[in-house]
Design a protein around this ligand. Sequence first.
Ligand SMILES: [Zn+2]
Length: 181
Amino acid sequence: MILAENHHLLLNGNSNISDIYSQNSDEYYMYSAIETAKLSRLYDEVPIGSIIVCNSTGNIISSAHNQTITRQQTCSHAEILAITKACDYFKNYRLPNCSIYSTLEPCAMCAGAIIHARLSRLIFGAWDYKTGMCGSILNLFENKTNHHTTIKSGVLEQECKELLQSFFKQKRINKKLNKIK
Ligand SMILES: [Zn+2]
């Protein structure tokens, strides 16, 4: 309930993000990931967003939205793009002092990249029951593959889920309209 009211405030421009979520909280950063995800819709991409935060400074190092269609690249998931940018920033292929926030439970490819990057924390919003690799299908983080990343799920889950649901709902409507034409 509180979250819904908060978002109502945000949507109406009566408040801003730092008034609602305490700065540096997981909700604060997830909100940024959601804002990033919304950029996907401009390009008719599935709205998924990811950001990387430096644990020491709390600064957002990189952000990216899903761009597979725009780039015509299988690997251009939000997480991969955000990791690539953060590696460029630190000039390091490992990011042990960083956390990654994603609006959706990562797939196998992104979970693999998160493990290889040795990110210290993964925080995600909505579960992906079709391809999620943090427990939905498999959990790549729970066994010998990884000793580095801790996971927190369900942060602003409803908001992350609604973003995806409204996108696919609109897609279905557009499809029907095109058939009528
Ligand atoms: Zn992925």
